[in-house]
Design a binder for this molecule. Structure first.
Ligand code: NCN
Ligand code: DMD
Length: 360
């Protein structure tokens, strides 16, 4: 048996060691964009994304090599309350398909040359031998109308699994990460987390997830209201919020962002669930925010609210709400195209065009 001699990186250690992103690298990358012979700022958010990547990696000679999408998979006890359109067995079915390379995110990522790493942090069935990375903490969370979704210990364990996952990607040479999730019921947990963190009414942040009737949507909103009233999570304490009304997938994602920041790997978010986890991570460790990039605006009502709270702009507005990391997969080729211009396009000087000095 191969011994795992690697020492676990604790949450506290990771938070303590995270460096701020480099303003100097960002300035240099912006300077390069402003020299490229094209209308100023004309690649819009894509230019800003590459500046963020430069800041995160600490160099304007950034690399987009070895893109990987980590997908945190787990089940949610709250599905007992009838808040989803399908049964929770879909979580394990899709996770297994991810390991086989045949889920939606795998098909999209394959077109962009990115890898996909599915991680079982809390699927409600045995995943041994399926090819999904086995890091199960429990067989699903508790129903948050009856108990905390996870103990604080489990929440921390999930976060540390996320940090470990960032370390695994770093060893694969990953310079740009994406993230995703698979977990039936996780739009309920994410909406609850966002309702608390944004101090917004459940009606304002809750949508139909993977598909719901009007009556079922009303039930989902009621469940979120009752859960928040029961637990009274502290909006200033991301760990408290995650453990009371979150899930293993959300906590592992939050840890993954912290790990990516520790290893200076910029990380592209996907939709609602990844953004809810990001907001919790930033409450726990504000320095993480500079390492995050948005991909698209989820069609869920809180999608745009979460991105605004994170101060992120999304290049893609396509009404997507698939999850799995498909938003990150969709952004990757756009970033590659923008990088081709950044690296290879002539400057104004090279094409002998004079720039007047009154641009900002
Ligand atoms: O990413 C999003 O914005 C998003 C919005 C709606 C649904 N999803 C996906 O659908 C599943 C959760 O939907 P639900 O209705 O079971 O809460 C989960 O596996 C997500 O990947 C994802
Ligand atoms: C089939 C299916 C696939 C998914 N992928 C992400 N969330 C999903 C939800 C369902 C229902």
């Amino acid at each position: 048996m191969i011994q795992n001699t690697e020492r676990k990186v604790t949450l506290e250690h990771a938070i303590e060691k995270i460096l701020p992103v480099s303003c100097e690298a960002a300035r240099e990358a912006k300077r390069r964009w402003d020299q490229v012979a094209k209308p100023l700022n004309s690649l819009g958010v894509l230019e800003e994304d590459l500046v963020r990547i430069a800041a995160a990696q600490g160099t304007s000679s950034f690399s987009l090599d070895h893109k990987w999408i980590a997908v945190m998979c787990g089940d949610n006890g709250i599905v007992e309350e009838g808040v989803t359109q399908t049964g929770q067995e879909v979580t394990s079915i899709v996770a297994k398909n991810m390991a086989k390379g045949i889920s939606c995110v795998c098909l999209m990522a394959a077109r962009t040359g990115a890898g996909v790493l599915p991680v079982d942090v809390g699927i409600a069935s045995d995943m041994t031998g399926t090819g999904v990375l086995e890091r199960k903490i429990s067989y699903g969370t508790k129903n948050f109308l009856k108990d905390r979704a996870m103990t604080l210990r489990e929440t921390r364990q999930a976060m540390e699994t996320g940090i470990e996952t960032a370390g695994i990607l770093r060893k694969k040479g990953c310079r740009l990460a994406g993230c995703g999730e698979m977990g039936i019921g996780n739009t309920t947990t994410s909406s609850a987390v966002l309702s608390v963190l944004l101090q917004a009414e459940p009606e304002a942040v809750t949508g139909r997830g993977a598909g719901l009737s009007d009556a079922a949507l009303a039930c989902k909103i009621r469940v979120i209201k009752d859960g928040i009233a029961f637990h009274r999570p502290d909006p200033a304490d991301g760990l408290d919020v995650l453990s009371k009304v979150g899930g293993f997938d959300l906590a592992a994602l939050a840890g993954f962002y912290i790990g990516c920041a520790l290893y200076r790997i910029p990380v592209v978010l996907d939709g609602l669930i990844t953004a809810a986890a990001a907001l919790a991570a930033v409450r726990i460790c504000p320095a993480v925010s500079g390492y995050l990039l948005a991909s698209h605006v989820s069609a869920e009502p809180a999608g745009i609210m979460a991105l605004e709270a994170l101060g992120l702009k999304a290049a893609i507005q396509a009404g997507m709400c698939l999850g799995e990391g498909t938003g990150a997969a969709a952004l990757f080729p756009l970033l590659d195209m923008a990088a081709a211009v950044y690296w290879n396009m002539d400057s104004f000087q090279e094409i002998h065009v004079e720039q007047y000095q009154h641009f900002t």
